[in-house]
Design a protein around this ligand. Structure first.
Ligand SMILES: [Mg+2]
Length: 152
């Protein structure tokens, strides 16, 4: 059976800082303690290096879904995240976007996430691929790991 792989968005597929960089100083200061609540900020973010081709690789070889959390107090985040997935991933992620504050409720084999202690990641039943850790600092190292399961 095909392995189920979940992929986080912020700082895994999406470069959060690249969105902040496009926000005015005034707005950035207003939300200095809660930058993820800036209206529209999620629509401005660029992909992380190699994220798009890596997601396409995973989607081709595994049962792959996006598993992200949408900030509760940001009224545009839900829509911005959906639009981002449509814009950058399109067909390979069609109807495969899950937004949840309880990631452990999703059954699966792997979760690629940069925050091991947030939104249920610590209770996920499968294996955590800790993105940005020493073991998996970038997408190249993640794809190297998953490539061992792929028969070419
Ligand atoms: Mg993240």
């Amino acid at each position: 059976m095909n392995k189920i792989v979940y992929v986080d968005m912020d700082n895994v597929l999406v470069n959060f800082q690249s969105g902040l960089d496009k926000i005015s100083n005034e707005l950035r200061m207003k939300y200095i303690n809660d930058p993820d609540e800036i209206p529209g900020v999620f629509s401005l973010m660029d992909p992380i290096e190699d994220a798009i081709s890596s997601y396409q690789f995973l989607a081709k070889h595994f049962d792959t879904y996006i598993l992200s959390t949408s900030p509760w107090e940001n009224p545009t985040a839900l829509n911005d995240k959906l639009d981002w997935v449509k814009k950058y991933l399109g067909k390979v992620a069609y109807k495969r976007l899950i937004l949840s504050h309880h990631k452990h409720l999703n059954k699966g084999d792997y979760l690629i996430d940069d925050r091991p202690n947030h939104n249920g990641v610590d209770r996920f039943e499968g294996k955590l691929i800790h993105f940005t850790s020493d073991l998996y600092p970038n997408w190249k190292t993640v794809i190297d790991y998953f490539s061992k399961y792929v028969k070419y």
